[in-house]
Design a protein around this ligand. Structure first.
Ligand code: ATP
Ligand code: MG
Length: 567
């Protein structure tokens, strides 16, 4: 668990000023007067939805800007139109906002800089620091060498400036097909760092772009666009994950060799890896495209939109991220820790309601036919400020199938033949008779109630050990409920395409006929409540007035607290 800070204070969003090696650098830079203020950016490629790994980067970049009175830009790294879409651009903005961050006027796109980047590329050519290469892809790869063997110069490396300029402009003019030529930086084919072996800066791609349309048929790649965009926006600290550490020399080489308006610095930190799931856009895309899940916002997905649809509060995600160490050590964080953070938020914030997931009918024989009454229930037993509500009670109710056993063991304190239990906020009832269908399945219980126990206490002081939840059959509102389990079986999901074999076939269970207390019909989409004794549930966006759908955000048992307790 190298990747977790031990600041489990139980407080939302952590407490005190967070600190880590990046914040130390920022603090030192500001103290030394190296920058007027801190400027960071979050630079997603709009080729998918954001996941919890991105949330780590978002909280870091926007968090630092907030803490040091600076600003954070949202910049789309939209340099590969083959995979990028407007839908993703919109979803990313929605998700960053939902997480609670604001980029103000600083919504930017690398594509806004295409003209400037092209001019800078021409400048490199004029300075003899870039050339057009005609080698086919596979030959270029062979010329590149290996980690143990130096590369060789391309036969096109020594083209003169005029020819390079002419070819590059003709690439832009659309004279050549995809892949026919590339523009490369002229650095060092013998460099120990593969990224410095004359890296590609531009490629030909006849593909319409979501923002620039067909204006361009050559596109800069990540390395050429990223650092220069940082420089244009006067980013001071360019924070990225460790896989870009090997790109840093190239990032710096480009900034040195181009007349950029500012000199940002790149710092790398370790990515978030989470147990029982995958945090890779490529693999998440595969789950969506192959229909393994119900879209990017499927509540089983580790995406920001999946969290939202599942009923997870944004504050729980921020709290979770705040407990992660910002270091250069790779590690895996347990899903149970995320769930612990979600539970901590919901336990405080979620109103309590009653719903019966797997109904068993109970007829209270001594309760007058046709009568019903309103009983008072607390919205949150731990927080009187959340008020009370009325719940209707009647002669026929539903209870949870699991709350009855025909032949219960001694420690089962719920319903059984001849046993008495408390109905939450209502009365004591005793089970007198069990009714079965032809196959022997229990279909109904006949009970009697004690009218003296209204509200759940007996005036004679007699105790019952069990309290169960219920809903009035006459007033109950039907709903579908979706129970979600982990999408993958393994704690560490296997790499490669094997990850598909690790999918948990039982990750979704649909309960078609759940009964809700009437107050639940008034919930708005996205609101999360606790179904007493059953877990946290959220009204799904597919809910319609006559066909409600609830998602289970989480059960009530906290396995992380146990893990922490043991260590
Ligand atoms: P993936 O690896 O899932 O394909 P990506 O890195 O290609 O994601 P980008 O849109 O390029 O996705 O990422 C935007 C920013 O988010 C980058 O700065 C990247 O370093 C950061 N990021 C991506 N994944 C993680 C992660 N698991 N943990 C922390 N930061 C991440
Ligand atoms: Mg990336």
């Amino acid at each position: 668990m190298s990747d977790v800070v031990d600041n489990d204070t139980g407080e939302a969003d952590g407490n005190g000023a967070p600190t880590d090696f990046i914040r130390d650098i920022v603090r030192a830079d500001l103290a030394a007067g190296r920058h007027g203020g801190v400027v960071t950016r979050f630079p997603p490629e709009p080729n998918g939805y954001l996941h919890l790994g991105h949330a780590k980067s978002i909280c870091l970049n926007f968090g630092i800007a907030q803490e040091f009175d600076g600003r954070c830009h949202l910049r789309f790294d939209d340099t590969n139109p083959a995979k990028e879409e407007q839908e993703f651009i919109e979803a990313i903005q929605r998700d960053v906002r939902w997480l609670g961050f604001d980029w103000g006027d600083h919504l930017h796109y690398a594509s806004d800089y295409f003209a400037q980047l092209f001019a800078w590329a021409e400048g490199l050519i004029e300075a003899g620091k870039a050339y057009v290469d005609d080698l086919p892809v596979d030959e270029m790869r062979a010329y590149r060498g290996t980690v143990t063997e130096a590369g060789r110069n391309s036969p096109f490396r020594d083209r003169d400036v005029a020819e390079n300029l002419d070819l590059f402009r003709r690439m832009k003019a659309g004279e050549f097909p995809d892949g026919a030529r590339v523009l490369r930086a002229k650095i060092d084919m013998a460099s120990g760092n593969m990224n410095m072996r004359d890296p590609v800066l531009y490629r030909i791609l006849h593909s319409a772009h979501p923002r620039t349309g067909t204006a361009w048929c050559i596109y800069p790649n990540y390395d050429f666009a990223h650092g220069q965009s940082d420089a244009i926006e006067a980013i001071t600290h360019s924070l990225c994950t460790l896989e870009f550490a090997d790109h840093r020399p190239l990032y710096e080489w480009l900034l040195e060799n181009i007349a950029v308006p500012s000199q940002p610095k790149q710092y790398e930190f370790s990515r978030l890896n989470l147990s029982h799931t995958v945090l890779s856009k490529r693999r998440l895309t595969q789950l969506v495209d192959e229909g393994r899940v119900d879209g990017w916002d499927d509540p089983r997905m580790p995406t920001v939109s999946g969290m939202r649809r599942r009923g997870v509060p944004a504050a729980a995600v921020r709290d979770f991220i705040s407990r992660l160490a910002i270091t250069r050590n790779d590690g895996q964080v347990e899903m149970a820790m995320l769930e612990h953070c979600i539970r901590e938020q919901l336990n405080v914030a979620a109103p309590r309601r009653m719903a019966v997931l797997r109904p068993l009918k109970v007829v209270i024989e001594n309760y007058p036919e046709g009568k019903s009454e309103a009983l008072v229930a607390q919205n949150h037993p731990g927080n009187p400020d959340m008020g009370t509500r009325e719940i209707p009670f009647g002669r026929e109710i539903y209870v949870e199938r699991d709350d009855f056993m025909e032949d219960p063991p001694r420690k089962f304190f719920r319903l059984g033949p001849g046993r008495e239990v408390r109905l939450r906020y209502a009365y004591f009832i005793t089970c007198n008779e069990v009714i079965k269908d032809a196959s022997g399945e229990v279909v109904e219980l006949r009970c009697s109630y004690d009218p003296e126990t209204k509200g759940g206490n007996a005036p004679d002081g007699r105790k019952v050990k069990g309290t169960i939840h219920w809903v009035s059959a006459q007033h109950a509102v039907p709903s579908e409920v979706r129970l979600y389990e982990s999408l993958f079986n393994s704690e560490e999901v296997p790499g490669g395409d094997d990850f598909l074999d690790d999918i948990n076939p039982n990750s979704l269970e649909v309960l078609p006929q759940v009964w809700l207390e009437p107050a639940l019909a008034e919930l708005s989409v996205g609101q999360t409540v606790q179904f007493e004794r059953m877990g946290y549930f959220c009204a799904d966006l597919s809910s319609k007035e006559d066909a409600l759908v609830f998602n289970r955000a989480l059960g009530l048992r906290d396995s992380w607290a146990k893990i922490k307790g043991k260590s």
